[in-house]
Design a protein. Structure first.
Length: 117
């Protein structure tokens, strides 16, 4: 079954706010920065699924509430935006035909690049 993703406005807003407050990592590869399962579970324990979800650019409308499957396209390490995470989200969204999510990631990359320029 294919996920039906829509842009997660809360996630996009959090990413933009983090970028605006200089909370970003420009250098770490996404494979090294992506949160582990333990990190994800700790985030959920501390901040619930809403807090976990705001670190993702998309919501799967068909997934059950209060599950990790509800959220897709992570962009940060629960502390800051990771540029390589935005790139990975954009690429995966493009490969899977999630145009709105791809556009959201692209706009955040443009914003990040303009802030750090």
């Amino acid at each position: 079954m294919t996920s039906t993703y829509r842009v997660n406005d809360d996630g996009v807003a959090k990413a933009r706010a983090l970028i605006d407050s200089n909370q970003y990592d420009l250098d770490t590869e996404w494979g090294d920065a992506a949160p582990s399962t333990e990190d994800e579970n700790g985030k959920i324990d501390r901040d619930g699924y809403d807090g976990f979800g705001e670190w993702h650019l998309a919501v799967d409308a068909d997934a059950s509430d209060d599950t990790k499957d509800r959220f897709g396209f992570p962009y940060g390490d629960f502390h800051r935006v990771v540029r390589s995470g935005l790139i990975a989200a954009k690429q995966r969204a493009a490969q899977n035909g999630h145009d709105a999510v791809e556009q959201a990631a692209d706009e955040l990359l443009d914003h990040l690049d303009s802030v750090r320029a």
